[in-house]
Write a protein that binds this ligand. Sequence first.
Ligand code: GSH
Length: 329
Amino acid sequence: MGRLVDGVWTTQGYDTSATGGAFKREESRFRNWITPDGAPGPDGEGGFAAEPGRYHLYVSLACPWAHRTLIFRRLKGLDGMIGLSVVHWFMGDEGWTFAEAPGTIPDSVNGVRCLHELYTLAEPGATTRVTVPVLWDTQRRTLVSNESADIIRMLNSAFDGVGAREGDYYPEALREEIDGYNARIYDTLNNGVYKAGFATAQDKYDAAVAGVFETLDWLESHLAARRYLCGDRLTEADWRLFTTLLRFDAVYHGHFKCNLRRIADYPNLSGYLRDLYQHPGVRETCDFEHIKNHYYRSHDWINPSRVVPAGPVQDLDAPHGRARLGAPG
Ligand SMILES: N[C@@H](CCC(=O)N[C@@H](CS)C(=O)NCC(=O)O)C(=O)O
């Protein structure tokens, strides 16, 4: 792995020396917005109008943050409107690449070999980590956003006037509630598993794992009487949670040492996971080959042999039994 420094690719791992062994995620560098008419987005930046065929999404099938955006592209029926490239699952010294492998899709727009080349096309002198997902504007030939939380908001509504499928996963009336779930789940679970897995000090790992399981225990009771986080209505908060739950037993439990319990040990959470997995179009966005290979083989400082475990055996197509709690949102 590495990062760009003044536009030059440098091989460099995560540095936890300044934080006493704690993993601290870097802020995303590109935070522009696509809006229906190109007006500024929620934080004032914008200028990118929603137009079919204009934007291209770069993802990794392994990455939970990129997976959110792939799900929203699918849910909102944007597959024909927003192009897609999929990086190879291995993230080594060159970072993400477009090396060929089952499930990858080369970069048909810019023809880059490594993802960092895309970042320097957008900003030649950039100093930044080079992450997926990336939303690219083929017209201005620049990077609109590399922040998944923003990208899913754009896909949720910006293209509604140009033919996106119906469905609002961030409805006005539930925004405060959704934001509350997102904040808690991001810090202790979505990012919490990374804080546990990448910690290089016992106390930092202990604190992160405690947060992960406190949150899973809370979710287990929260979801006992509610089909989704907000009740009957399926929202953005569910999809953000889903991509972490999907990877939990296969990767975070072993590789990131989040092993007090598995999702399979939580009846409500595991039913909820299967419910979302079986939602139309979602199963096709899930790829355990990419997921397992990426984590176990890219993070050689955690798993030096790069051997990928065989399990777990799981059947996400088994009945979820959650329809009794409410209609699909
Ligand atoms: N805040 C970003 C985080 C994205 C992110 O960290 N992606 C990981 C893959 S799971 C990545 O590309 N990491 C490369 C690196 O850190 O060098 C988002 O949600 O979009």
